[in-house]
Design a protein around this ligand. Structure first.
Ligand SMILES: Cc1cc2nc3c(=O)[nH]c(=O)nc-3n(C[C@H](O)[C@H](O)[C@H](O)COP(=O)(O)O)c2cc1C
Length: 218
C-alpha cells in the first residue's frame, strides 16, 4: 500500500512525463542559470548505466557565439539560437576507465564492501577493455540515450522545455568543437523557456496493444 507522499510523487512524475513534448520555439530572453543547468545534468546523471560506468559527457553550448557556430551544423534549426542552451550529449568510449574511482567512492560512502569493489573493478576493466569498438559504441549510446531522457524530464519538472535532435552533421560537429575520438556524439538537446505563444505540438502514439507482445512475439 503506497503512502500519500508516494502517491504525490507518482502523480507529479506522471504529469511531467505527460506534459513533456518537443518544443522548437523558445523565448530567447530567458537564460537558465548555469547552476540550474548543472542541477538538471546532475539529476539526470542518476540514470542507470552499464556497470555504473556513467560514460556520458556533456558539452553545454550556451553563449551566443557558440550557438552561432552550432546553428548551421544543426541544419539551421532555430531552437539552437533561441533556446537558453543546447547540450551536446557525448558518450566516452574510454569512460569505463573511471570505474575504479566510481567504485572507490561507493566504498567510501558505505554503498559497497571494499573487496567486492576491487573484484568488480578488475572484472569490469578486463571486460570493457576487450570489447570490439562497435560494441563499446553501442554501450555508450545506450547510456547516453538514458541520460538524455532524464535531462528532458528533469528540465520539464523545473518548468523548462526541450527538444532532442539527431538532425545535425556529426562530422562537422566533431571538427568545429574539437571533439576527441574517444567521445561519440549521442544527440543534441536544446533546453529553454518555451515561447508564450508556442507550446509544443501534441503527437500521437501507437496503440499499446500494437507494440506489446506477451511471452512470444506476435
Ligand atoms: C533521437 C531523436 C532525434 C530527433 N531529432 C530531431 C531534430 O533533429 N529536430 C527536431 O525538431 N526534432 C527532433 N526529434 C524530436 C521528435 O521529432 C519528437 O520527439 C517526436 O516527434 C515526438 O514528439 P514529442 O517529443 O513532442 O513527444 C528527435 C527525437 C529523437 C528521439
Amino acid at each position: 500500500m503506497s503512502t500519500v507522499q508516494e502517491q504525490d510523487v507518482a502523480e507529479s512524475y506522471s504529469s511531467v512525463v505527460r506534459a513533456r513534448r518537443s518544443v522548437r520555439n523558445y523565448d530567447p530572453s530567458v537564460k537558465i542559470p548555469d547552476r540550474e543547468l548543472l542541477e538538471i545534468l546532475e539529476e539526470a546523471s542518476l540514470a542507470p548505466s552499464s556497470s555504473n560506468t556513467q560514460t556520458w559527457r556533456f558539452l553545454v553550448i550556451s553563449d551566443e557565439k557558440a550557438k552561432e557556430r552550432l546553428h548551421p551544423i544543426a541544419n539551421n534549426q532555430k531552437q539552437v539560437l533561441a533556446a537558453s542552451a543546447t547540450i551536446v550529449v557525448l558518450g566516452d568510449l574510454e569512460g569505463y576507465k573511471e570505474i575504479g574511482r566510481i567504485n572507490e567512492e561507493s566504498v567510501r560512502k558505505g554503498y559497497m564492501p571494499a573487496d567486492f569493489a576491487k573484484s568488480f573493478t578488475e572484472n569490469s576493466l578486463r571486460l570493457y577493455s576487450g570489447l570490439p569498438a562497435e560494441k563499446m559504441k553501442s554501450i555508450v549510446q545506450i547510456d547516453g540515450a538514458l541520460v538524455s531522457m532524464q535531462i528532458m524530464l528533469s528540465a520539464k519538472a523545473r518548468g523548462y522545455d526541450t527538444v532532442p535532435m539527431g538532425g545535425y552533421d556529426q562530422q562537422k560537429l566533431i571538427e568545429e568543437f574539437r571533439i576527441p575520438a574517444n567521445l561519440v556524439p549521442v544527440m543534441l538537446i536544446s533546453v529553454g523557456q518555451a515561447a508564450a505563444d508556442a507550446p509544443g505540438r501534441l503527437t500521437a502514439r501507437l496503440p499499446i496493444e500494437d507494440i506489446v507482445s506477451w511471452n512470444e512475439l506476435k
